[in-house]
Design a binder for this molecule. Structure first.
Ligand SMILES: O=C(O)CCC(=O)C(=O)O
Ligand SMILES: [Fe+2]
Length: 203
């Protein structure tokens, strides 16, 4: 874990992102996946919306995943274990990168076959408090043929961008600065499951 925290801190510091394989072990990953599947089967997932408050809209042409927000005051045992681990990331980033992170929000996400999320930034006017995006993939084994990569557009000094595709490998964690890295989810050929969260500068 210390090792992972060091890698997250230096990745954020140097490149604005970090990818950590096997952030959770297979047992924990599978347990989170099973919990997500149970919640899904009990019909608790909703079509994901974009924007917040009055601006909130379901726009299937922009994103076609389904989400279930976790309730900070009502976390399952597994969810609180995950929040605990993210808390360690928060502390490490505050200590070493001075990001002033205060709280966390997260949802389970399910991308059915054929779904996607078009290019966007996670930080925009209404959610300027989202500072760091933290994504954990909980689906089973994944191969390049399954597609559904997270495509990150990394700004370069000459004003151009590098493109980096990251497959949702089980147990893989991706962390990036929400206001710096535009990204998208490419159409997936297999159901893709994740926990997406944001470390915030508000309490
Ligand atoms: O699942 C992913 O790889 C990215 C999801 C995403 O960009 C979002 O929910 O804002
Ligand atoms: Fe995003």
């Amino acid at each position: 874990m210390e090792d992972n925290l060091d890698r997250i801190v230096s990745g954020i510091y140097e490149n604005s992102f970090a990818v950590i394989d096997d952030f959770v072990d297979e047992i924990f990953r599978k347990a989170l996946f099973d919990e997500q599947t149970d919640l899904l089967e009990s019909g608790k997932f909703r079509k994901a919306a974009i924007g917040t408050g009055d601006q909130k809209q379901v726009k299937p042409e922009i994103r076609s995943d389904e989400v279930l927000w976790m309730e900070p005051d009502n976390l399952s045992i597994l969810q609180s274990e995950y929040w605990h681990r993210v808390d360690a990331i928060k502390l490490a980033l505050n200590r070493r990168c001075f990001l002033g992170l205060q709280s966390f929000e997260a949802h389970f996400a399910r991308y059915p076959i054929g779904s996607f999320y078009k290019r966007h930034l996670d930080q925009f006017q209404q959610v300027s408090y989202r500072a760091v995006t933290v994504i954990l993939y909980v689906n089973d084994i994944w191969t390049a043929q399954d597609e559904g990569a997270l495509r990150m557009y990394l700004p370069k000094e000459n004003g151009k961008e590098d493109v980096l595709d990251i497959l949702p490998m089980p147990g893989r964690l991706v962390v990036f600065l929400s206001g710096e890295i535009p990204h998208e989810v490419l159409p997936t050929k297999k159901e893709r499951n994740s926990i997406t969260g944001w470390l915030r500068t508000i309490s």
